[in-house]
Design a protein around this ligand. Structure first.
Ligand SMILES: [Zn+2]
Length: 85
C-alpha cells in the first residue's frame, strides 16, 4: 500500500468513518465528499476494491483500499480509547 493511501486512510479514520453496526461502517469518499462507501472488516464497495479482485482473481491476494484501511485505523483508535477507561 502506498504512503498516500495510508495518509488518506488516517484522515478518513479521524473524520470520515461512521459505525453503523458491528462490522459495518460507512466511510466517506476522500475524492468526493458527497459519496460514501459501506465497509466491513474485509470488504468495501468502492470501485478500487472491486477492480482489485477483477485483476488479481485467483492469486489469493487480499484487496485493500483507503476505506478498508481507514476502518482498521478507526477500530484501533476506538480500542485505545476503551483501554484508557
Ligand atoms: Zn474502498
Amino acid at each position: 500500500m502506498s504512503a498516500g493511501t495510508i495518509r488518506k486512510a488516517k484522515e478518513l479514520a479521524k473524520n470520515g468513518v461512521v459505525e453503523i453496526e458491528d462490522d459495518l461502517y460507512q466511510v466517506r469518499s476522500s475524492s468526493d465528499p458527497s459519496k460514501s462507501y459501506f465497509v466491513t472488516s474485509d470488504s468495501c464497495d468502492c470501485q478500487g476494491f472491486k477492480n482489485f479482485y477483477k485483476f488479481h482473481h485467483g492469486k489469493s491476494l487480499k484487496a485493500n483500499c483507503s476505506h478498508l484501511e481507514a476502518v482498521k485505523i478507526f477500530k484501533q483508535i476506538k480500542e485505545n480509547l476503551n483501554g484508557k477507561k
